[in-house]
Design a protein around this ligand. Structure first.
Ligand SMILES: Cc1ncc(COP(=O)(O)O)c(C=O)c1O
Length: 377
């Protein structure tokens, strides 16, 4: 790309109030933009316990190799075994959710395939779809009736169909009806992929696990950078799929493995998930409280989870709202196109389990006051 074109595009982004910049994070603000949903990273007791038992000699800060060469340290193998013990299906650890989603789709699907995807699925899913060369059809967000219509229409034409959904949607805070999608398997032949990035931790081992649906999901992806308070991702699938990924998935094969210390931490979180039940219960209470408060204050949202999305519409107004909140002590980033559809710029408010009702109450009152000063669509 020529320099002149790059400059033009950057100028366009500036004029449209969409230029992304990187800012140092600010620990003094009450953080509504963190994905550490369970507040694990703020829990000193957890870290004391983790570090007090840590043998730094054994758990290195780099794997210094890919998994297939010298990077499969015993800790990552133990982690995969523990995931398999819990979910009752084999697991392959990836370096990130982005790698897991994109690589899985581009490895298994090709120009003979049809991929049917919820319109609002994550960029990593879209990248995989595009790289696979498959035909891509999008259904309206969460609309299982529209999904079924597509399955009905295309099932004869395509033998190889993938349906992809997330469980909790990160920019809307609403939740897919996974049971209804699984039920469609009784009538149509397709493989199902589920991304649980925003439910792992908040819902313990995830919504699919809680509803006993893991057996029905061909590819379960659990990115660990959010409620998992870490990095990496679990791909949970049948052994034959795992073998295929080990042999064909370029992002698995040609990348340095996660450092052993990160996998020790992943294993610690996994093994202690049941101990986090107090945090999970507190989160449930905070979600209920917040949704009631929003209703009472007549602040519109279609969210029904720990992620609360307040659509403002216009980019500049949303940025201003976020800035005013910052001046008042709150970090709530504005989200704009292309992360969300044009004209639906929004505040994305994520709750974390270490918050309390009193501070939420004050925040929502201030939010109400500030929203009324900007134009709401
Ligand atoms: C739904 C979803 N899937 C996948 C990812 C990517 O995960 P990771 O951050 O581990 O690359 C994200 C995070 O941004 C996400 O929100």
């Amino acid at each position: 790309m020529q320099r002149r074109q790059i400059e033009n595009e950057i100028n366009e982004l500036k004029q449209d109030f969409r230029l992304r910049t990187i800012k140092t994070n600010n620990n003094e603000l009450l953080n509504f933009s963190s994905n550490d949903y369970l507040g694990i990273l703020k829990d000193e007791k957890i870290f004391e316990e983790f570090y007090s038992n840590l043998n730094f000699e054994e758990y290195k800060l780099s794997s210094a190799s890919s998994r297939l060469i010298d990077g499969s340290y015993s800790i990552v193998m133990s982690l995969e075994n523990e995931v398999e013990r819990i979910y009752k299906k084999p697991c392959l650890v990836y370096n990130s959710g982005f790698d897991a989603n994109s690589s899985l789709i581009e490895t298994f699907f090709n120009k003979e395939s049809l991929i049917i995807t919820d319109r609002l699925n994550h960029a990593s899913i879209y990248d995989g779809c595009i790289n696979s060369g498959a035909k891509i059809l999008r259904y309206n967000h969460l609309d299982t009736v529209a999904l079924e219509r597509l399955l009905e229409k295309y099932s004869n034409e395509y033998k190889d169909i993938l349906v992809v959904t997330e469980s909790v949607y990160s920019m809307d805070g609403d939740i897919a009806d996974i049971e209804a999608i699984v039920k469609l398997k009784e009538r149509y032949s397709f493989q199902l992929m589920l991304d649980e990035a925003h439910s792992y931790g908040v819902y313990g081992y995830g919504i699919a696990y809680n509803k006993n649906l893991v057996k029905d999901i061909d590819f379960l992806v659990i990115p660990l950078g959010k409620g998992g308070a870490s990095i990496g991702a679990y791909v949970i699938c049948d052994e034959i799929y795992k073998q295929y990924l080990i042999n064909k998935s370029r992002k698995f094969i040609y990348s340095t493995a996660l450092p052993p210390i990160n996998n020790l931490w992943n294993l610690y979180i996994l093994k202690n998930m049941l101990k986090f039940s107090k945090k999970i219960e507190n989160m449930e209470k905070l979600v209920k409280f917040s949704l009631n408060e929003l209703k009472r204050l007549e602040i519109e949202t279609s969210s029904n989870s720990h992620i609360i999305s307040i659509i403002i519409g216009e980019n500049n107004a949303t940025t201003k709202l976020s800035e005013v909140l910052k001046q008042k002590g709150y970090l709530a980033y504005s989200i704009k196109e292309p992360t969300v559809p044009k004209n639906t710029a929004r505040l994305r408010i994520s709750l974390t389990a270490n918050m309390d009702e009193a501070e939420l109450k004050t925040f929502f009152l201030i939010l109400k006051e500030e929203i009324s000063k900007v134009k709401v669509i």
